[in-house]
Write a protein that binds this ligand. Sequence first.
Ligand code: PMP
Length: 358
Amino acid sequence: PPEASLYPGQTEARLPAARRLGYLPVMAIAPTAPNTLALIGNTPLVRLNGPSAATGCDILAKCEFMNPGGSVKDRAALFIVQDAEEQGLLKPGGVIVEGTAGNTGIGLALVGNAKGYRTIIVMPETQSQEKKDTLRALGAELVLVPAAPYSSSAHFVHTSRRIAEETENAVWANQFDNIANRMAHIRTTAAEIWEQTGGRIHGFTCAVGTGGTLAGVGMGLKAFDEDVVIALSDPHGAALYSYYETGELKAEGSSVAEGIGQGRITANLEGAPVDTQFRISDEEGLEQVHRLLMDEGLCVGLSSGINVAGAIALAEQMGPGHTIVTILCDSGFRYLSTLFNQDWLAAKGLTVPPWLVR
Ligand code: PMP
C-alpha cells in the first residue's frame, strides 16, 4: 500500500487512524458546506504529469468540472445573480433569462433553483444534446434557435435580450458584457490559484468564450504579481488571436469546440492583460483530450484540451522550470454524443481514437 502522507489542510490528528486502514489514501476532508451555492468554486488544482514531463515545467490545471453544475460557468452564474440582487433588479419570484452555449445556462438554472428564480435559457440548436437534456432536466425553460451570426437579430444573445425585455420580473444575465462575470474570476479563481500555488506561478492561459475567465484570472493574478504571463489560447474560427497579434479582429478557419471562440471584444475582455497568444487547432486540443484521458485518467471537454495544448505552448515559450496554470472547463461526459462518438468524429474529419473504433 502507498505510504499515507499529510495533504494540505489535513491535521496530524487524523493521520494515525488513516494509517491503520493501511491502503486507503489519506485525503483532506472538506468541511460541510452550508448550502449548494457554497460548493461553487474552491476547486482543486491537479498537476498534469504528462505535459509537465514533456516540457520540464509544472503544468497545473484547475478542475472546474468539479463545480456543482459541472463547469467553470457556475462561478459567473453565481456572481451575475448576486449582482442583480444587489442592484435590486432581481426580486423574489423573478426570472433569469440568458443566451448561452449551455454551461452558463446550467449554472444559472442551479443558482436560480437554489434561490427561487425561474430560468429561461436561449441556446443555439447546434450545441450538444447532453447540454439540452441537462437544461431541461434542471427545470430551465429551453428556447432553441438556429445558429446565426452575431450581426443577425436572430442570434441567441439578441433573442435572449428580447425575451428578457418582454418577460415580467425578468433580468437578462448578459454574460458577455456583464462584468460581474469576470469579477467572479478576479475574486475567486485568481485568488484561489494564487493561494494554491503559494504564489509560485509564472504563466496562465485559457481560451475565451465571454472572456470572463481569461480577463478575470489575468487581472486577478496581475494584481498579485504583474510578471505573471497571461496567454490567450484561441481556437480556429475565433478572431482574438489576430486581434492580440495585429490589432485587427479577423477569424480564420473553424472549430467544433463548444463554449469558446469569440469574434469581438466583449465588455469582459476590455482591458484584459494579454501578454502573448496562441492559435490552437481542434486536432491539437483533441490530442490533449485523449492524452489526459488515457495517461492521467481525466475526462474533459475540447475547450479544456485546447487550454492544455495552450499551456504546453506557453511552457515551451517560457522554457523549463516554470509553473503554468490552466483551466479544465467542463467534463467530457457532457460530450458523449460528440467528442466520444466515432460517427460524429468521423463526420467532422477528426481523429477517432482506437478505443472508440467499433
Ligand atoms: N469552455 C466551456 C466548455 C465553456 O462553456 C465556456 C463558457 N462559454 C468556456 C470554456 C469559456 O469561458 P469564458 O466564458 O469565461 O470565456
